[in-house]
Design a protein around this ligand. Structure first.
Ligand SMILES: Cc1cc2nc3c(=O)[nH]c(=O)nc-3n(C[C@H](O)[C@H](O)[C@H](O)COP(=O)(O)OP(=O)(O)OC[C@H]3O[C@@H](n4cnc5c(N)ncnc54)[C@H](O)[C@@H]3O)c2cc1C
Length: 508
């Protein structure tokens, strides 16, 4: 069988047959994508694994480059949660790469996927291109998308000041670069993830002055059966609580950041208590800080599934997610989706879903005892995730803390008054119309930061609950990453570009 190829690359492996596709392409080398790729390769399929990250592991197994003199992977078990599982996946990855079954292409962002009668066309560019950007085109008969999720944000007065960051960003800076984004830190928002961030930063040497949690632990009381199904999560949570106790970090519940203060950077934050309806009360006293790390959960990255037209639904946390069946298949033939893109639920769920997707895409049995155990694990983690989402909702009255001049869309500098005026004076009562009239979500980040707020504000002003269409208005992007006009033009010039007659793996 000829070796599968990619195009437009110095690594064209079999110039004799540029049409031979990979059996399976996987996008994303986080917990879900790694598991999917090694499972499909173990099933005898030729696999291409593409990831924007330079090193495998995604958001969860983020790690600094190896220290000089130490080998890649030495840190794995020591540094990471569930490091043994990561080590096993990395070993499997190396094993399949060495045997030529798996092509791992790190540092490549996939900006477009299309489908024709022969399968999928995957366009990617290096994250750090040399002098001439190169689009690499690959073909695959089956595609498993595992693009993960990004930090979810809500605007608050002062959130554009330097020193206000996404909680995940502050954690990633420490985990990936060993850089502390601040010394006197406030962590706020909602969900157990705040505990992990606060604990990690405290262990790293920051003075964490508080965790302000919008929810209440009491909300878990009626959801204990879901916790009992995944005891490891409870143990992990207790570990974080112990870390916070050791560092004497105050943990306030039903409390939010009402306002961030500062002139050219963060100087302080003011809290507010939430009432029973989730509405913030008056701002309390200033708490001096130099970093405010905000986290409201995660927003699944749906650019690629939406490019292909995959069906979606609203999850319990209000996120737009891809609808999949009990083998992780989306409603597009040949497409599987796993991990956060099918519902935010953590790394262990991602690994289980990725494994199932890899089995299914490789045509391996998904009915035996092992597969049944896998499905049971997925069901338990999904039940836990649902409980977590319901226990930590975005406060119903969050928009009360906005002022007229609070920026909602940072890229286009659209403030809350402008968003409201789009409804009150121009009649916009859905997120898409708000976006078109105000440019909210049309800037550099393409709604990745302001998308949720835009959808929630649009539906709030219209006096109804947010819909799938509101969320999709800022989640769908024609290109998943910016590319040069030259790259776009080349794609259009090609026979087969944008879904015409495909040339398979011809030069891209
Ligand atoms: C900062 C942070 C800390 C977290 N801490 C915890 C924790 O303590 N406990 C816990 O259970 N969960 C935690 N989570 C959640 C956990 O990381 C996720 O549940 C898990 O990583 C999901 O796995 P995944 O494979 O779906 O996605 P990810 O791990 O996000 O991996 C997705 C991968 O896809 C790549 N990608 C996306 N789009 C493209 C594209 N177009 N082209 C190429 N590559 C692409 C990304 O670069 C990334 O490497 C944390 C998340 C974050 C962001």
């Amino acid at each position: 069988m000829p070796t599968p190829v990619e195009s437009g690359t110095s690594e064209l492996r079999d110039p004799r047959d540029p049409r031979d596709p990979f059996d399976v392409a996987v996008v994303g080398a986080g917990p879900a994508g790694l598991a999917a790729a090694v499972t499909a390769a173990a099933g005898g399929r030729s696999v291409l694994l593409l990831d924007a990250g330079e090193r495998p592991g995604g958001q969860f197994w983020r790690h600094p480059p190896p220290a000089p003199g130490s080998a890649e992977g030495e840190d794995t078990v020591r540094v990471h949660h569930d490091g043994a599982r990561f080590a096993a996946l990395r070993r499997a990855l190396a094993h399949h790469v060495a045997r030529g079954r798996l092509t791992h292409r790190p540092g490549h962002q996939v900006w477009l996927v299309t489908r024709d009668e022969d399968g999928f066309l995957i366009e990617s560019t290096p994250v750090h291109p040399g002098t001439a950007p190169v689009t690499r085109r690959a073909r695959a008969r089956a595609l498993i998308l595992c693009p993960g999720a990004a930090d979810r944000q809500l605007p608050v007065p002062g959130w554009t000041l330097p020193g206000v960051m996404a909680a995940g960003g502050a954690q990633a800076l420490w985990q990936g670069q060993r850089a502390l984004a601040g010394r006197r830190v406030l962590v706020a928002g909602t969900g157990p993830f705040l505990l992990s961030v606060a604990g990690g930063l405290a262990e790293a040497g920051a003075r964490v002055v508080g965790v302000w949690e919008a929810g209440s632990p009491r909300a878990w009381a009626s959801r204990l059966p879901a916790v009992a199904r995944v005891p490891a999560k409870a143990v992990e949570g207790l570990g974080h609580v112990a870390t916070l106790a050791r560092h004497r970090v105050p943990y306030l519940t039903r409390t939010v950041v009402r306002e961030v203060l500062g002139e050219d950077r963060v100087r302080a934050a003011r809290p507010a208590r939430l009432d029973a309806a989730g509405r913030p009360g008056p701002a309390g006293d200033e708490v001096p800080v130099d970093l405010v790390a905000l986290g409201w959960g995660f927003t699944p990255s749906l650019e690629l599934p939406l490019q292909l037209g995959a069906a979606t639904r609203l999850d319990a946390d209000g996120s737009l997610v891809v609808t999949v069946d009990d083998e992780q298949r989306a409603d597009i033939p040949g497409l599987w989706v796993a991990g956060e893109a099918t519902g935010v639920g953590g790394a262990a769920l991602g690994v289980a879903e990725g494994t199932l997707a890899g089995l299914s895409a490789a045509g391996r049995p998904t009915e035996g005892r092992a597969a049944r155990r896998l499905r049971a694990r997925i069901a338990a983690h999904r039940a836990f995730a649902r409980a977590m989402h319901l226990a930590h909702p975005v406060p119903a009255g969050w928009s009360d803390w906005l002022r007229d001049d609070t920026v909602v869309c940072r890229c286009e500098e659209v403030d809350a008054a402008t968003v409201r005026a789009a409804h009150d004076t121009l009649g916009a009562d859905d997120a898409r119309t708000v976006k078109m009239l105000t440019r909210c979500g049309m800037g550099w980040c393409q709604g990745r930061v302001c998308g949720l707020a835009t959808a929630l504000l649009a539906s709030h002003h219209a006096g109804r609950a947010p819909t799938e269409a509101d969320l999709a208005a800022t989640a769908a992007r024609p290109l998943a990453f910016p590319v040069t006009l030259g790259e776009l033009a080349e794609l259009g010039d090609e026979e087969g570009g944008f879904g015409g007659d495909a040339v398979g793996a011809g030069e891209g």
